[in-house]
Design a protein around this ligand. Structure first.
Ligand SMILES: Cc1cc2nc3c(=O)[nH]c(=O)nc-3n(C[C@H](O)[C@H](O)[C@H](O)COP(=O)(O)O)c2cc1C
Ligand code: SF4
Length: 458
């Protein structure tokens, strides 16, 4: 039996268990409030969160502006309204218990403005802000102004050290803890650095010890490390609890809460999640953010990975010439046979990539790629798919047809779209839904039942 002591998180003693924030619209005010009501830490996602009409239906986020800058303003207004809506729901459902955290992605478009305005509109509902995907140097300064705790998500001691030295040390009072997210196992975007091999996971214990040493060097002994990524049964993490080398730890669950009665996607995602086998979650670098990410391997990922295969290098001169939207481009002649076969199989449209290559897609795929790029609503600070960049309006690079519009795809996965054709983020232990007796006969627990189960060690 696991012995879990209550722990002070964002100013109150709670169970050391946290819901992982999940955008878009997977962790919501409902799920977050239920985690808090169970005496733990709930986290709603403020990444393009939903608002509702008077019938309680999610308002579709449709963009009317013809210029990207206009659609960007529309996105900000949707995001602020959605974040405030979810914060208020979380507060109501929590019954004043537990803690309510909000998750934002630092590299989402206009993060600083959206975060500030949501806190302005609902700071009495929010106890902490959890932020990953990027280096959130300004996070502490922003949340401290509102008296709200902040939690950077890092995947290495080095990243935390850089954040602390450069900025967090000036906003120490509201640093609530550090989320360590295993970059090989966690669902969603992953913080693998260029020096790390995606195919060679590293023991999290050693990296956590490293992080704790770094935190202690900064005088942060009392702050918890919240361990995320690959945590399923706490009985498997007993050695980490009450461990002197690690100090105070809590655990964050991203994938398990997807199947709870409060989760908006539980029913739609259940058949997919229950059918997964070990290895069915893929760690790829397809996201337009440029980060690695972990998602269910489905038709959409397969198509994108196949598209990468149908790629040929552009060369200065060559007898092999392809037409790219009317322009002639010389390509590597050694690819001649493959290109002939791609074209014969319908992949007859060539598109240039920012890496001096061309990829071959069907005319329908090309049309869809161009349409998605044109409809960009600037959801990221930098997007390799559309070449949008917040600072200069463009990265100056060619839009990359090998990626995709993550906004469109995650919105679809959360709102009843085809799960084979949308991005279904999940952690690498998601296959355990199908093996864990807790979920037998397609049982979907309430959040309270899940929290009690987790606290029991299973
Ligand atoms: C569907 C899904 C969406 C996610 N979206 C986000 C997100 O928007 N922001 C974030 O910081 N983490 C996100 N995550 C990561 C989780 O918050 C959590 O840290 C991670 O899933 C933990 O690993 P686990 O899935 O093995 O439990 C997401 C994870 C999943 C499964
Ligand atoms: S194209 Fe890129 S920046 Fe634009 S909405 Fe899609 S994912 Fe976001």
């Amino acid at each position: 039996m696991i012995k879990l002591n209550l722990q002070k998180i964002s100013g109150t003693e709670v169970l050391p268990l946290a819901e992982g924030g999940k955008g878009i619209s997977i962790s919501t005010g409902e799920t977050c409030g239920a985690w808090a009501a169970a005496g733990a830490v709930g986290t709603f996602s403020a990444v393009n969160a939903d608002s509702y009409d008077k019938n309680g239906d999610a308002i579709p986020q449709i963009y009317h502006g013809s210029a990207r800058s206009e659609r960007r303003r529309e996105l900000i207004e949707y995001a602020v309204a959605g974040g405030i809506t979810q914060a208020k729901i979380a507060r109501e459902r929590s019954d004043g218990k537990g803690r309510i955290h909000m998750n934002v992605m630092w590299e989402m478009g206009s993060c600083e403005e959206i975060l500030t305005r949501i806190l302005e509109g609902s700071k009495e509902c929010i106890h902490g802000v959890v932020c990953g995907a990027g280096m959130p140097y300004a996070l502490g300064e922003i949340t401290s102004k509102f008296g709200v705790y902040y939690y950077p998500i890092v995947s290495s001691a080095r990243a935390f050290s850089a954040l602390f030295r450069r900025s967090f040390k000036k906003a120490q009072d509201f640093l609530g803890g550090v989320v360590y997210e295993d970059p090989w196992l966690a669902g969603g975007h992953n913080g693998l650095s260029n020096a790390e091999n995606p195919a060679e996971p590293v023991n999290p214990y050693l990296r956590l010890v490293d992080l704790r040493k770094t935190m202690n060097d900064f005088g942060l002994q009392s702050l918890p490390i919240i361990i995320a990524g690959g945590v399923w049964w706490l009985s498997e993490w007993e050695d980490y609890i009450g461990n002197k080398e690690l100090g105070a730890v809590a655990f964050q669950f991203g994938t398990r809460p997807i199947l709870t009665t409060e989760s908006p996607v539980a029913k739609a995602w259940q058949p997919k999640l229950m059918s997964l086998k070990r290895g069915d979650i893929k760690l790829t670098q397809l996201s337009p953010t440029g980060f690695y990410s972990s998602a269910v391997n489905n038709k959409m990922l397969e198509n994108l990975l196949e598209l990468q295969e149908r790629q040929a290098a552009i060369v200065e001169s060559s007898p092999l010439v392809v037409r790219v939207f009317g322009r002639e481009v010389c390509v590597d002649p050694s690819q001649s046979e493959k290109i002939t076969s791609w074209i014969a199989n319908g992949f007859s449209t060539a598109m240039i990539t920012p890496d001096d290559t061309v990829v071959f897609v069907t005319p329908q795929q090309a049309e869809q790629i161009l349409r998605d790029q044109k409809n960009c609503c600037c959801c990221l600070s930098m997007c390799r798919f559309s070449s949008w960049c917040s600072h200069k309006e463009s990265t100056g690079k060619i839009p990359d047809p090998r990626s995709f519009c993550i906004q469109k795809s995650l919105q679809a996965a959360a709102h009843g779209g085809n799960l084979d054709q949308s991005l279904v983020f999940a952690g690498h232990t998601a296959y355990r839904f199908g093996e864990d007796p807790f979920y037998e006969n397609n049982f979907i627990p309430t959040t309270r039942q899940l929290v009690e189960r987790i606290a029991s060690g299973y």
